[in-house]
Design a protein. Structure first.
Length: 419
């Protein structure tokens, strides 16, 4: 009996001692689609394993709003958030505020991720963040409607897509007045920069600013890409597409009211959910070409530890756990979030949940980076100017040629003596 009491006392003492060392880590999570729930679930698994607790901070939906909020907190050296979810384009902009993870996370672990993403997360030799999931733009389409209207394969060009979308839309409108041909991210924000960069590159119009920092956007192919996108509005896309972010586009497609959609991989898992009107009727393909091959903008999010965190060791451990193979596999299966670890693209459970991960691997590994590298701290201004110019063309305020000419002048002013 005494032994039993002693054992209970010892167990209680160990538990108390372990709780005494426990800390709370605050993690800023995205809220698009299933993102928030999967973030909470992964954090809970780490908390259970370590005895620490995680407070989840719900970030704004739109990337631009999230960046503004983060910049305010970091500029104030706030310790309110320990781990930030960082867009792939932010490391150069925010590097000074984040802990260098090189040496704090074993090199062998770091090397298990795509080299290009690690390179994007490295600024002046400092590993600012660890990759969590990667992204690239994809074309979603209704397999049942393609068959119904006599199409056997996904469109290879934007012109083909527009023709197919118009035919399907015209046919479906006879029984559904709200049906539309194509939805995408047309709102004036970072999402439009992603979509429009895909149009530019696929038409041979370059990447706004090239790798050397030269402004290249003022060319006929870039102008043609913008004009082509503008021609979709009110023909195969609703007038309201100029107000759509990722979720607005997904909502319309998933409710059965669109033939085609441009979106990120996360939309796949939601489209296959029990309440989806298009479950089992979705195809996924590379985005169409404008004559210069298909192009998909590189997206994706990473996890960085704030310099101002009072719990850096625990925060680093959380980042290691969430970016680990086990957690990335769970997120891939449950939410169609693309792993940043090449090995997981051969995992049978991952491929069963997301068949296109294998067939479209090239889309993810050769995705086009936004010019955040060459434009450094000024990228946000560059992106806003670019999205604004595209938005004006889509709204009919100007034509592509005039827009790219003005944009060149605006970008030269932003560049000044250098990026």
């Amino acid at each position: 009996m005494k032994k039993a009491i002693a054992l209970v006392s010892l167990t209680a003492a160990i538990a108390a001692s372990s709780q005494a060392g426990a800390v709370q880590v605050t993690l800023a999570c995205g809220t698009v689609g299933q993102e928030l729930q999967l973030c909470k679930d992964g954090s809970a698994r780490w908390a259970k394993k370590t005895g620490n607790t995680v407070k989840v901070f719900e970030s704004p939906n739109l990337t631009n709003d999230r960046l503004g909020l983060y910049q305010q907190q970091l500029a104030a050296k706030s310790d309110a958030i320990d781990v930030y979810q960082l867009d792939i384009i932010w490391p150069g902009l925010l590097a000074q505020h984040f802990v260098d993870l090189k040496g704090k996370i074993p090199a062998a672990e770091v090397n298990e991720h795509f080299k290009g993403i690690i390179a994007a997360d490295t600024v002046d030799g400092k590993l600012v963040a660890m990759p969590w999931f990667t992204d690239a733009g994809l074309l979603y389409y209704r397999t049942d409607l393609m068959k119904k209207y006599g199409y056997n394969a996904a469109p290879k060009t934007w012109a083909e897509m527009a023709t197919m979308a118009k035919k399907i839309q015209d046919g479906e409108k006879k029984t559904s007045s709200t049906f539309t041909g194509f939805v995408f991210q047309g709102k004036n924000y970072e999402g439009l920069t992603c979509d429009a960069l895909e149009w530019l590159v696929s038409f041979g119009g370059g990447t706004i600013v090239d790798d050397s920092g030269k402004i290249t956007v003022n060319n006929a192919d870039a102008a043609k890409a913008m004009d082509t996108a503008a021609s979709w509005v009110k023909t195969i896309s609703p007038a309201g597409v100029t107000t759509y972010g990722e979720e607005e586009a997904r909502g319309i497609f998933q409710s059965g009211n669109a033939a085609f959609m441009r979106n990120w991989p996360y939309a796949w898992a939601l489209g296959q959910s029990a309440d989806s009107k298009v479950k089992g009727k979705i195809g996924v393909a590379p985005l169409p070409s404008g004559g210069n091959g298909a192009a998909a903008t590189l997206g994706g999010w990473n996890l960085g530890v704030s310099m101002y965190s009072k719990n850096q060791a625990a925060a680093i451990d959380l980042v290691r756990y969430l970016s680990g193979a086990e957690e990335q596999k769970i997120r891939a299966i449950e939410g169609a979030y693309n792993p940043t670890r090449p090995a997981l693209y051969k995992d049978q459970a991952v491929l069963k949940a997301n068949p296109f991960f294998g067939s479209l691997l090239d889309v993810f590994t050769s995705a086009v980076a936004r010019p955040s590298g060459p434009t450094k701290l000024k990228y946000n201004q560059v992106s806003q100017a670019f999205a604004g110019a595209v938005s004006d063309v889509m709204a009919g305020k100007t034509k592509g040629a005039a827009a790219v000419k003005k944009l060149e002048t605006d970008l030269a002013r932003i560049k000044g003596r250098g990026w």
